[in-house]
Design a protein around this ligand. Structure first.
Ligand code: HAM
Length: 428
């Protein structure tokens, strides 16, 4: 049996997981906080398909990236096309901007998206095969003030989510003008120790020597420790961009560390690269990563406009943040007899239309048993409807926390519950 297969058809595939109702609240909270923050900075949502032509990622994410070399979910569809489940979002957004000529629109090109990505990665804590990213992208803004603003926005989002103990790492990975000299220097240094580098690093010396710094093998790390830093090889424009980026970070009061070995695992990056890491999660400590990709649009055959963005892993976020679930307030409708059942169903509809959450159960039960159910389900109130109540058009309204019970008409019941709800919402 291949390792991606579930043990039985009734188990989720390795590297994927169900988000059960108990957890779904945290997902919804993260999503709504992220959306609110992004909209404040002028971002708008963009949704693209889950699968794309394989070539998009080969060209965009890059042929020397581990993602393209080892991790893509690629298949041939029934029409004979090579299709890939998106391993990241940036190439999809770039494609959509070009395809729909969004770059002609007057507003700043700022997009966000939250959704699943797919990588055939080695599953472990914080590393899944279907995982979720909160992604933002900005196009056509070359100023380093934008680089600083998105780092500040990421930091603001993490603060709003009460994530603590993070560190911001920044670097510049240069541009096609200054990188060749650095590559040549790395190749020459690697040549001296080549026999001792792992086969992966030996391959990387040829394809993209920067990638050697991503290697997790201790002996490779030791061998590359004294290799020169890219920051010593930056051309004047890249050096200036990096310096101004840091001036603006200082302006925002953002604390960061320059990490010259931060090269990111994707081919399109130019100049600014950054990550926010956390001490909580061992090896999978990158909560988010991003950077500039000034040549991607041009390389895709689109207009020559620059881009920058980041993506945050939702599963990783959830492993370091606990979002308390507010206690739900809802009304249980207890009924006795078929006429009361109908009244309960109709009343529930009216309550729901007023925004009051209600539960009517359809099985006939004694009053005691229904009150027991209401208690067990932690209902805030119970409305009791029997023949008497229907005749008088009045209900018994029971406050489940205090046990207090009173007779109330329909409108009065509604008003009472709404008022109580508002009061309780203030407490939550
Ligand atoms: P990335 O660094 O490959 O960048 O991924 C961003 C984040 O996605 C990571 O920091 C991590 O939190 C999460 N992540 C990645 N792989 C996994 C996995 N297997 N399981 C769980 N979480 C994972 C990108 O994807 C770029 N598209 C970011 C970007 C946007 N750069 C510019 N714009």
């Amino acid at each position: 049996m291949s390792d991606q297969a579930a043990k039985t058809p009734l188990q989720a595939i390795k590297g994927t997981k169900d988000i059960l109702p108990a957890e779904a609240h945290s997902w919804q909270a993260i999503e709504s906080i992220a959306k609110a923050v992004f909209e404040l900075y002028g971002y708008r949502e963009i949704r693209t398909p889950v699968f794309e032509a394989t070539e998009l990622f080969e060209k965009g994410t890059g042929e020397t990236s581990d993602i393209v070399v080892k991790e893509m979910y690629t298949f041939i569809d029934k029409g004979g096309r090579s299709i890939t489940l998106r391993p990241e979002y940036t190439p999809s957004v770039a494609r959509a901007v070009i395809e729909h000529r969004l770059y002609l629109e007057p507003r700043p090109l700022k997009f966000y998206y939250i959704g699943p990505m797919f990588r055939y990665d080695k599953p472990q804590k914080g590393r899944y095969r279907q995982f979720h990213q909160i992604d933002i992208e900005v196009f056509n803004e070359p100023d380093p003030g934008c680089d600083a603003e998105i780092v500040e926005m990421a930091d603001t989002l993490l603060r709003k989510l009460n994530v603590t103990g993070t560190e911001i790492l920044v670097n510049s990975v240069g541009c096609p003008k200054c990188r060749p000299a650095y590559h040549a220097e790395l190749r020459s240094q690697a040549g001296r120790v080549e026999g001792r580098l792992c086969p992966d690093c030996q391959r990387k010396t040829q394809t993209n020597p920067l990638r050697m710094f991503d290697c997790k093998v201790d002996s490779c790390r030791a061998l590359t420790r004294d290799f020169p830093d890219i920051t010593d090889f930056l051309c004047e424009e890249c050096r200036d961009h990096f310096a101004r980026f840091r001036v603006y970070l200082d302006l925002y009061g953002i604390k960061y560390r320059i990490e010259p070995r931060l090269v990111r695992g994707i081919d399109y990056y130019t100049r600014t690269a950054f990550e926010i890491i956390t001490g909580h999660e061992g090896a999978q400590n990158a909560l988010l990563g991003g950077g500039r990709y000034d040549n991607l649009m041009k390389d895709f055959g689109g207009p020559d406009i620059c881009g920058i963005g980041f993506a945050m892993g939702v599963e990783r976020l959830l492993s370091v943040v606990a979002l308390a679930r507010p206690k739900e307030k809802f009304l249980y409708l207890a009924w006795m007899g078929e006429e009361a059942k109908k009244a309960a169903m109709e009343l529930a509809r009216a309550f729901r239309r007023q925004g009051i959450e209600c539960l009517v159960e359809f099985k006939e039960r004694g009053l005691k048993s229904q009150l027991g159910r209401a208690n067990k389900l932690e209902a805030s109130w119970t409305v009791i409807i029997g023949e008497d109540e229907i005749r008088k058009n009045k209900f018994q309204l029971k406050d489940m926390a205090t046990g207090e019970q009173r007779e109330a008409g329909r409108d009065e019941t509604m008003a009472l519950i709404k008022a109580a709800q508002q009061l309780l919402q203030g407490d939550a």
